[in-house]
Each structure stands twice: as structure tokens, then as C-alpha cells.
Write a protein that binds this ligand. Sequence first.
Ligand code: MRU
Length: 357
Amino acid sequence: MPQPEFLPIQWKSTFLSLLDQRVLPGKKEFLQIQTMEETIVAIREMAVRGAPAIAITGIFGITLGAKKKSGNSNPVDVDFLIKQVFESRPTAVNLSFALKEAKKRVEGVSHWETIAKLWESYALEMMVQDLKANQTLGKNGADLFPKDQNEFHIITHCNTGALATAGHGTALGVIRSLRDQGKKVVVYADETRPFLQGSRLTAFEMMEEGIECYIITDGMSGWLMNHRKIDAVLVGCDRVATNGDTANKIGTYNLAIVAYEHKVPFYVCATKDSFDLKLKTGDEIPIEMRKESEVTQFDFLKNEEGNFLFPEGKTSPIGARALNPSFDITKAKFIKNFITELGCFVPEEISFRLKNV
Ligand code: MRU
């Protein structure tokens, strides 16, 4: 777990301190977010990312928005703030659930000061709840692994750790829990092109904790499953439809198919806030399309001196076009189990397990 001074989301009463994940691992730099508008930019530009962390940050964002309006005697319009934050990133459902709850909590309240206080406590409550849920989920996941085996080799994709949540993590939470049970875990972290959450963030978290970790490029998992015994693939998610189709970072679907072919169990780790029972299948999940330049050049990444990693930025011919869907949908049939704080279950059980929570 990151030390308190490196907690990625820190509320400081008048501002939000966010560990800037765009410059990790080169620099541990915090952004001082003073306004809702700055919060939206931080989410959109991925200074903070990962479905649960985005949701918590979003609620601190509307808190800052409401604080700014304190003393304003115009009629209260919370929808205006909520809508702006809602639009920051579309695929992960956690933010939209959190904003709905935030709206419910201030129904009938007519003072911005009170609204700001209510939202502030909700965001702080979310942090506590998310950490607790991740710890339970982690233990539930660890319990799926054979008790009489002491070493596990696990492939993961993107970053699902303490950086993406309020702490512990979802897929990385299961890995942490296995390690806490005294097991040796060897992690293979998909690099996760184009934003490199695997090589920059997952490898960073695993190294900080002394968990053995090898970065692989996204296309290497087939080779790995052919040449080493892989016990499981663990990934997080951004939204799960009722039939179990799951949106997660681009490349997850390919990984799931390779795992299926090799009979390696593929687990999706998620808290209940990632299940969207309004949607029947993954076809209804909106997929965020991001800038072509994230694929054609590396100049969104800077080195320790603050200089671009590639001086010219380009890793492709000038004028080359690219596609950049940020997420894909893994079909339910490739998923062995969902690992959640409510227990572990197969895709067919989703509506039953989630209907009353
Ligand atoms: O674009 P990102 O970095 O926000 O995407 C993150 C992921 O896809 C994670 O796997 C997901 O949000 C789960 S994080 C616990």
C-alpha cells in the first residue's frame, strides 16, 4: 500500500491533492486541485484514472464546485455541476452511480454551504467504503486459489491497484491478499498500450511492495501461456452489463480469448459499483475514443527532467492515422468468475447477486 504521503487522492478541506499519474513513475508530483473545472481536466487528461478513483475524485470535484457557490443567493442548481463532471469520462459507470447518489443526498437542500458539506462527507465516506470493499474482494479472490499451492503466476492488464482506487485495489488487491496470506506471487503486467498503465503504474506499485513483476507487451500473453504455467488472469473493469459482458481497458478482450484457448481461468475483479443492471449486454456500453496522438506519438509522457520521452514525440510517420478506443468489451463467455466484495460468482448469477444491493 502506498504510504500516507503518497496516497493518490488526498482531501485537504479547501483543495484536492492528486498524485499526477501522468508523470509516474519518473516523478511523484501532486496537483493542487482548487476548482471543479480543474477536477474535470484532471479526470479527462488522466492525471487520475481507474473507475473507483475517478468516481471519488468526481464527488470531490462537485464539492469544490458547491464550495465556490457558497454565499450565492441564486436558486440552487446541482444538476448543472453534476452534468459537467458526468461528461468527463463516459465508460466507467462508477462515476455516474456516485453522481446519482450525490444528487439524492442533497434533495431539498437549498444552501450551497450545506450541499458542499454533504458532498464532502459523501466523498470521504466513499474512500472508506471503497478501501473496505477492496480488502473484502481481495480476500474473496485469494480464497479461489488452491490452499496447498504456494506460488502463483498471474497475468494482469492496465492498473487496478491502490492508484486506481481508494487503496488495496481490485485485481491487484487479490494479488496483495495472496501475498498477505504468505503466498509467493509472480505478476506479469501487460504494458497496456497506449497509455502504459501496466508498465508505468502496475510495475511501480508491485516494485514498491516487493512483489516480483515482469512487464510484458500486450501481444506477449499467448507466448507466455504457451511457455510458462499461468495460474490465472486477473483484471479490473469499468462497467459490467447484466449478461456479464465487461468493459475494461483496451486489450482485455484479446487477453481473455487467449486465456480461454489455454484454459487459464480469467477473473474480473470489481466492486458492486461497476455492475450496470440497466444494460442488458456490453453492446450498450459507451466506449470512450481518445486522441489519435496517444497512439502515434509518446509526447504525452515526460521523463524525470520534464522533457518529452521522445524529443520529436513521433513513433510513426508524420500524418499517420490511428484508432484509439480506450476500452473494449470482453464477452461473458470468456469470464470464469467475477470476484467482488459480495463473493465470487459466474456471469449468469449477476442479476440475482446484485439486484438488492
Ligand atoms: O483509462 P483508465 O486508466 O482509467 O482505465 C482503467 C481501467 O481500465 C481499469 O482496469 C478499471 O478502471 C478498473 S480500476 C480498479
